[in-house]
Design a protein around this ligand. Structure first.
Ligand SMILES: [Zn+2]
Length: 449
């Protein structure tokens, strides 16, 4: 099996490139990470107004990586309050600012700042990560925003060009028929996109009710969480390999990518230090145990982050990867901690459980979920059908599948939950862009007539 290209790349970055990375060891990686952590702590404690306060009184003279656990976490709210206070350079040295809107209607946006050097690190990662499955001469359609210089699609295009691969920035899918035409015309080998968006292409049916034939060999799904149901649907539709990428803007767009073993992400260990912690106590968890993913930047210049809580739920895999690398593997992310709602029975239902159940239905491309609080809870699922000439999705069949989730079944049987499934018919009324789907919770007082 092909070794992840991230191994030799990280070996070069930490200046240990003997035998094309084969001589790389955990000890070498960790010694490098400790040195970079110490440099980052020195930088933020002298240059960042936020961290001067946040880390005041902490022992920053780390002798080993384990001692990082004594430092406080950084949260999304910390960034929202005053993002400029995180900067370790003058604002004039910032080349790109990404504004992330909060999922709620209120609340300030989150701003993340990058210098030119920070963006160079991302381009370099994209080049190496994509080399896992594309070869010079391949053609990649990028279904991510990419109009602006420094946007994710633009940096990916630049990374691919360095590998001799043509990246075409298309942007998000609004009309699957149109996108499929471009895939055929441009003879695309590989797609990069958000899970439900790529799913909308695979499930599109032409006027004869048939799938559109494409020559896509590889797909990279990029977001914080990829439903397994989507991966399987794409493999079946196109006979392609489906790789997952894990990343967020805060990580510098890229975090990690699966190797040919397709079992867990190899991480950007020369740029990011990852931990998995107990979401309640904050204790660092041993490999194999599920918890919240936390990362610290090791090489970022404009806006370094120390122990940033991602809200993503995963674990480190204990067993070595079949590809033979010494890099760690983060298991596929099981959804977000905030993507969970509490039912009156005391049990929780997560958006990822809804995903795995609903997205398995052929013809479904996306859905929204709304939980209305009242005398009883009412969970309404609105299903969006794939475009083109489709067999209609039966709401009753989806309802029955949902009732197999034991939390929902119990709540319905105890009379404290009503479950409704409706199908949005006709043309897609909204764009399929929900990379982070959440259950919308409507409070009791918000009574609509
Ligand atoms: Zn591997």
């Amino acid at each position: 099996m092909k070794l992840t290209p991230l191994g030799p790349w990280i070996a070069r970055k930490i200046k240990h490139d003997q035998q094309n990375g084969r001589g790389l060891t955990r000890e070498l990686i960790e010694a490098y990470q400790l040195e970079k952590l110490r440099q980052t702590l020195e930088l933020v404690s002298t240059q960042s107004i936020f961290y001067q306060h946040h880390l005041a009184g902490c022992d920053l003279d780390l002798r080993n990586l384990d001692q990082l656990k004594h430092l406080p976490f950084t949260t999304a709210d910390d960034i929202k309050k005053n993002p400029v206070h995180f900067l370790t350079v003058s604002q004039g040295e910032i080349d790109r600012i990404v504004t992330l809107q909060s999922s709620g209607t209120t609340g300030q946006p989150k701003r993340i700042y990058f210098t030119t050097a920070d963006q160079e690190l991302t381009i370099d990662f994209f080049q190496q990560g994509m080399a896992t499955f594309v070869e010079p001469g391949d053609r990649v359609l990028i279904l991510l925003p990419g109009k602006n210089p420094g946007s994710v699609g633009d940096l990916l295009r630049q990374g691919l060009a360095r590998h001799g691969v043509k990246g075409i920035v298309y942007g998000p899918v609004f009309n699957p028929a149109e996108t499929l035409e471009v895939i055929q015309k441009e003879e695309i080998d590989c797609l990069v996109g958000i899970p439900v968006q790529v799913l909308s292409l695979a499930r599109y049916r032409d006027t004869n009710g048939l799938p559109v034939s494409v020559g896509v060999k590889n797909v990279l799904l990029s977001t914080d969480y990829v439903p397994e149901a989507v991966v399987q649907a794409l493999q079946e539709a196109w006979g392609c390999r489906v790789f997952n990428h894990y990343g967020s803007t805060e990580m510098g767009l890229g975090g990690g990518v699966e190797c040919a073993a397709l079992k867990g992400y190899h991480l950007r260990e020369a740029d990011l230090y990852f931990e998995v912690v107990d979401p309640v106590s904050g204790e660092v968890l041993p490999d194999g145990e599920y918890g919240e993913v936390v990362f610290t930047t090791l090489t970022r210049q404009g806006m370094p982050l120390i122990r940033y809580k991602t809200g993503d739920f995963s674990r480190f895999l204990k067993e070595p990867c079949p590809c033979g690398t010494v890099l760690k593997r983060l298991d596929s992310v099981k959804g977000r901690l905030m993507g969970t709602v509490e039912l009156r029975t005391g049990n929780c239902i997560s958006i990822s459980e809804l995903d795995e159940t609903i997205l398995r239905f052929k013809g479904v491309v996306d859905f929204s979920a709304e939980l209305r609080e009242g005398n009883e809870q009412v969970l309404t699922i609105t299903i969006f059908q794939a475009g083109g000439n489709q067999e209609p999705v039966e709401p009753e069949a989806v309802l029955q599948a949902l009732m197999k989730l034991v939390q929902l079944e119990n709540a319905v049987e105890q009379g404290c939950l009503k479950l409704r499934v409706q199908v949005e018919n006709g043309e897609q009324k909204r764009s399929i862009t929900s990379s982070k789907r959440l259950v919308a919770i409507i409070p009791e007082r918000d009574e609509l007539s």
